[in-house]
Write a protein that binds this ligand. Structure first.
Ligand SMILES: Nc1ncnc2c1ncn2[C@@H]1O[C@H](COP(=O)(O)OP(=O)(O)OP(=O)(O)O)[C@@H](O)[C@H]1O
Ligand SMILES: [Mg+2]
Length: 178
């Protein structure tokens, strides 16, 4: 995992929720000229050692190739390098909430990257219920797995994949034009 863009971080934190076994994940992204704020809330098992999760190489997952436990510690470094922060709150048996803020104007802020591809790869996974709320300078769209399912049914063909990607692209585009 490269974690070269803010979109990579978003994807990585949502992946944590999925790997932990969450059924419902809410992703909120609030972006302005000044900052990029994202929040991932899940209903997974929660974390017992919250104070440990920012330690490099802390992981509860069986070691596989590339499973190294660096996601949250990289996120912490990347946010703080811009004057931002990351906060995590978790209740065992209830779920976890991760909030991260980047100050975009800071010279060390990573580029925003390809959010459309991140949203697309999340919504393609129909085993988890996602709700994505994306705002840019006060304009927002709200997209969820249920709505996608209602309109497209099971995403089981290349043409449906294409429609889904176009839909997300258009919604993202509409934020720029308004
Ligand atoms: N949403 C979550 N729900 C439950 N546990 C979590 C969640 N997010 C992180 N954790 C716990 O924190 C640990 C550290 O997370 P982190 O993202 O830093 O590393 P990792 O996911 O184990 O490995 P990597 O991100 O490098 O692939 C995880 O192994 C997991 O135990
Ligand atoms: Mg991780």
């Amino acid at each position: 995992m490269g974690l070269l863009t803010l979109a990579d971080h978003v994807h990585d934190i949502v992946e944590n929720a999925i790997k932990a076994g969450a059924r419902n994940v809410k992703l909120t992204i609030n972006e302005t000229e000044e900052f990029f704020l994202f929040c991932v809330e899940d209903d997974g098992p929660g974390i017992e050692n919250v104070e440990k999760v920012f330690d490099p190489f802390y992981t509860t997952r069986p070691k596989k190739i590339r499973k190294v436990g660096l996601g949250l510690s990289f996120l912490k470094q990347a946010t703080e390098a811009t004057g931002g922060f990351v906060k995590i709150s978790s209740k065992v048996g209830k779920g976890t909430k991760v909030t991260a803020k980047f100050i975009k104007k800071h010279i060390d802020c990573q580029p925003v990257g390809d959010l459309v591809s991140v949203f697309f790869s999340l919504l393609m996974n129909q085993n988890v219920n996602f709700r994505i709320i994306r705002c840019r300078s006060g304009n927002c769209y709200d997209l969820d797995s249920e709505t996608v399912k209602k309109y497209l049914g099971n995403i089981d063909s290349p043409s449906k994949l294409k429609i889904l990607k176009e839909l997300i692209k258009e919604m993202e585009q509409s934020l720029k034009e308004e």
